[in-house]
Design a protein around this ligand. Structure first.
Ligand SMILES: [Zn+2]
Ligand SMILES: [Zn+2]
Length: 875
């Protein structure tokens, strides 16, 4: 026990030990329990490619803090962990690994590739999970899931089929976002926009007989290769006569029509727009209205294809240069303007995306979003902080169809089968043997689903859906989702959409949104900047508790935060303070401390710390219930460090060392109770050190993590005594300040006269007070006698104090110091007098110099006056 409590806290030994014990004893495991209310959190599944980064560390600290608090509060707490197959991100890594061996996907084929991917997952998938354990995460590892495990795959197939049957999933030629680097379609949520400087090229298209011409402006001249029309507003007087006629596309000499379409704004530029249906979403719509051909000119790598005539085989940006040069030569380039615009880039690789027409699978989102919007509007799903409602509404109200097919191999393969003989198309959860119409062999769709399709089902697929499980019944809807604002569109919105569609209930009640962890300069942590900080390094050097505490404090929900080493250090110092104080208490306790309620008479200091504790429990509980984790942590910190360590333990020392056994028993039982409850309050934030200390208390349960969360009513409160104590503390602080100001040596004892309204109440406190301020004698009275002039007079809230100067300073020494000072100032006056008596000086020196001399003399005289008064006081 306390005897073997090492002098210094060794986080490395402690953290590993307790985590293993917790996990092996099944403390994290949750089961449907009719006697308890469930509280469920599903983890945002980290990618199997991922290393644990600061964002995960923050995300998991918040979840674990909530989980541990709720578990102690009596809920059947399930924190369900797992990982995401991360279709595109993982596939990119495997392709890279293959390339290092000189292989391509084609070389090893689909089956070979998938084998590699699963091996990859076996090898690296557990890395991140191991690291989450290092953070102290109290996940129910027995229920760990993977977005591509059998159950999750079943859920995906069932939802796909059901939406397909309802015609809410369809396949069609649509304009989609295409990454030429990753060679796959991307959903709108996967495109990031960057502002880039560019140009606006004005190009003239001539009539076949040159009798008229039209000038169009574009930021992408190379797309002209795919133009199949020029559009003008039908009301535009400039072009009224030529609608229906044609122009010749320069360089490739293709004849294209001039169409009239409302989409053209007369006020914008020349009022005429080139139409490239294959590569622009608006042009695609214009093309549909006018039945224009769709001419694709880019291949999957972003190179010009055979439709580009002489430019075939050129890379898109190289082609742009060549086209501009050729237009200049042919005289069709009218002018070039500087222009800044938003360019869409791939969220994975930041390559400029292409918008191209492609046959893809889509989810028709509009009919699905209404219930998902209603879930938030009605307050059934609450965003914390609330301002993210608006962000969500804005995304959902302007939603476009979701492109869900990806030209990748790693992922859930689309469960649609084609018959090449009879042209049949079948969507089935289990692969059909042969064509149900003609009996021919079937061919499965080559594409896989967007990775967010399966993570969108996460809150119920992980609980067993589509099976009717006890878990699903008990733990769904989940309680709180904790995630970053950067994936509200990707993930949160889709979970709500699928939850409403499939389960008819929102997937969670609360969405706690946090920001990003930036570096100390406020920059995003990134590989390219080299400014990332590995949470494992922090844990190694400081421990998981300080890392967690530094991530929770000083930052409210929804805001980005900055990572400072100073914050981790200060959290580590807090750890040490907690450890050292606990060690002191445990080493000096009475051998058989009694329970608090058995103590007959509490001192005013006892009553004060208990009242403080009572209030802290109440406030912290309210803060945690309102998801104000940062405020709760700061209050616990203030209580433990400020009230308990700095004041109460100090005040308890005389009693601990007293000869009176009753007094030692009393103070021991208060110390023990306050320490024990403090560790419970701190446990959700700093799980390891609190368990370590708790286990050394003379009375303890099997683990602190399953103890009951402290209740305010369990700790007695004494408001009037506590406020008296506060008065006393304020007085002590004021007296300590005086000592410091007057530079009174530490050992020097002072005298104090304290005037309070009820001196009786403080009768027992005098010894303590004397110790706290280093006083030799103390008089506590309600009679206000006229103070000596030499007394230092302090006025505090509810008390006054007088300290005779003689007790603060050596009067003889002070007298001789003043006499010396008087002599010096008298010299000053004499010098000024003689200068001012000099007529030449007064007459010749500039007026300002003379005035300055007079001013100095006056100041010196004033000083002399007060020095003499002071001397008289002392004598
Ligand atoms: Zn990409
Ligand atoms: Zn068939």
């Amino acid at each position: 026990m306390e005897q073997d409590m090492p002098k210094n806290y060794d986080h490395k030994a402690v953290e590993g030990f307790w985590y293993e014990r917790w996990e092996n004893n099944g403390y994290f495991h949750a089961v449907p329990n009719p006697d308890k209310k469930p509280y469920t959190i599903v983890i945002p599944p980290p990618n199997i490619t991922g290393k644990l980064h600061m964002g995960h560390a923050l995300d998991n600290t918040l979840q674990d803090t909530i989980a541990r608090y709720k578990r102690m509060s009596g809920y059947e707490m399930l924190w369900l962990p797992g990982t995401d197959h991360a279709s595109i991100a993982t596939e990119v890594k495997i392709v890279e690994a293959l390339a290092a061996e000189g292989l391509t996907k084609k070389d090893i084929g689909r089956d070979g590739f998938l084998k590699r991917a699963w091996q990859w997952r076996e090898e690296y998938g557990s890395t991140i999970v191991k690291r989450l354990r290092k953070m102290g995460s109290s996940c129910d590892w027995e229920r760990e899931r993977f977005t591509m495990d059998e159950g999750c795959n079943k859920a995906v197939l069932k939802v796909f089929k059901s939406l397909y049957d309802k015609k809410l999933i369809y396949r069609g030629d649509r304009i989609i976002n295409w990454c030429p680097e990753c060679k796959t379609a991307l959903s709108d949520a996967e495109v990031e926009y960057e502002t880039q400087p560019s140009h606006l090229w004005h190009i003239r298209y001539d009539a076949p007989d040159k009798s008229y011409s039209i000038t169009v402006a574009t930021t992408r001249p190379e797309t002209m290769l795919g133009d199949t029309a020029v559009a003008v507003n039908p009301e535009d007087p400039r072009y009224k006569d030529i609608i229906g006629k044609t122009v010749i596309l320069p360089l490739v000499n293709r004849e294209i029509p001039i169409v009239g379409d409302e989409y053209c704004e007369m006020e914008f530029g020349t009022g005429a727009v080139k139409i490239t249906p294959a590569h622009d979403p608006n042009d695609f719509e214009v093309g549909l209205r006018h039945n224009l051909p769709i001419l694709k000119v880019f291949d999957e790598k972003g190179y010009i294809n055979e439709n580009g005539g002489p430019y075939c085989g050129q890379e898109r940006f190289e082609c742009r240069k060549n086209i501009v040069r050729d237009l200049e030569e042919s005289g069709n380039l009218v002018k070039i303007e500087d222009y800044t615009h938003n360019v869409g880039t791939c969220y994975r690789c930041h390559t400029t995306i292409e918008t191209i027409v492609s046959k893809q699978w889509f989810v028709d989102m509009k009919p699905l979003t209404e219930p998902a919007l209603e879930a938030v509007r009605s307050g059934k799903v609450k965003f914390i902080p609330e301002r993210f409602n608006k962000f969500y509404f804005n995304w959902m109200e302007n939603i476009r169809d979701w492109c869900i097919s990806r030209q990748l191999w790693w992922g859930h393969r689309i469960p649609v089968y084609y018959c090449d003989d009879c042209g049949g198309v079948f969507c089935e959860e289990t692969a059909p043997e042969k064509c149900p119409v003609c009996g021919a062999k079937l061919r499965q769709d080559e594409d896989v689903l967007d990775t967010w399709f399966s993570s969108g089902l996460w809150p119920f697929s992980t609980l067993g859906w589509p099976e009717k499980t006890e878990e699903l019944d008990y733990f769904y809807p989940t309680s709180t989702l904790v995630t970053g604002y950067d994936i509200i569109t990707f993930w949160v919105s889709r979970m709500i959409t699928f939850g409403m569609e499939v389960m008819k209930k929102p997937p969670f009640e609360n969405v706690y949104i946090h920001g990003l962890v930036r570096d100390s300069l406020g920059r995003k942590m990134s590989k390219s900047l080299g400014n990332g900080i590995d949470p494992l390094d922090v844990i190694e050097n400081y421990g998981a508790d300080p890392l967690r505490f530094s991530l929770v404090t000083g930052n409210a929900a929804g805001n980005d935060m900055r990572f400072y080493w100073e914050k981790v250090e200060s959290a580590r110092n807090f750890c040490n303070k907690v450890y050292n104080a606990s060690r002191f208490v445990l080493m000096n306790l009475d051998d058989e401390p009694c329970e608090l309620q058995e103590v007959k008479e509490l001192s005013i200091a006892d009553k004060w710390i208990l009242t403080k504790l009572n209030m802290t429990i109440g406030e912290v509980t309210r803060n945690l219930d309102a998801f104000e984790l940062n405020i709760a942590a700061e209050k616990i910190y203030d209580f433990i460090w400020g009230s308990f360590c700095d004041w109460y333990i100090e005040m308890a020392k005389p009693s601990l060392y007293a000869d009176d056994p009753d007094e030692k028993k009393r103070v021991s039982s208060v110390l023990l109770r306050v320490l024990s409850v403090s560790m419970q309050l701190l446990h959700p934030f700093m799980p390891f050190i609190t368990e370590e200390i708790y286990q050394r208390l003379p009375r303890h349960e099997e683990t602190i993590m399953l103890t009951e969360w402290p209740k305010q009513c369990d700790i007695p409160a004494f408001p009037s005594e506590a406020s008296l104590m506060e008065t006393l503390m304020e007085t002590v602080r004021a007296i300590r300040n005086v000592r410091a100001e007057k530079k009174v040596p530490i050992g020097q004892k002072i005298e104090i006269k304290l005037i309070v309204p009820e001196p009786e109440a403080l009768k027992n406190m005098s010894r303590l007070l004397m110790k706290l301020v280093g006083a030799e004698t103390i008089t506590i009275t309600d009679k206000r006698t006229e103070p000596q002039k030499t007394d230092v007079h302090l006025v505090c809230k509810g008390a006054e104090a007088f300290i005779p100067l003689a007790s603060l300073v050596d009067i003889d020494a002070e007298k001789s110091r003043i006499i010396r000072e008087i002599e010096r100032v008298e010299g000053e006056v004499a010098r000024a007098d003689s200068k001012l008596a000099n007529e030449k000086f007064v007459a010749r020196a500039p007026e300002s110099v003379v005035n300055e001399e007079r001013r100095k003399r006056a100041v010196a005289l004033e000083m002399l006056e007060s020095l003499k008064l002071r001397l008289a006081d002392l004598t």
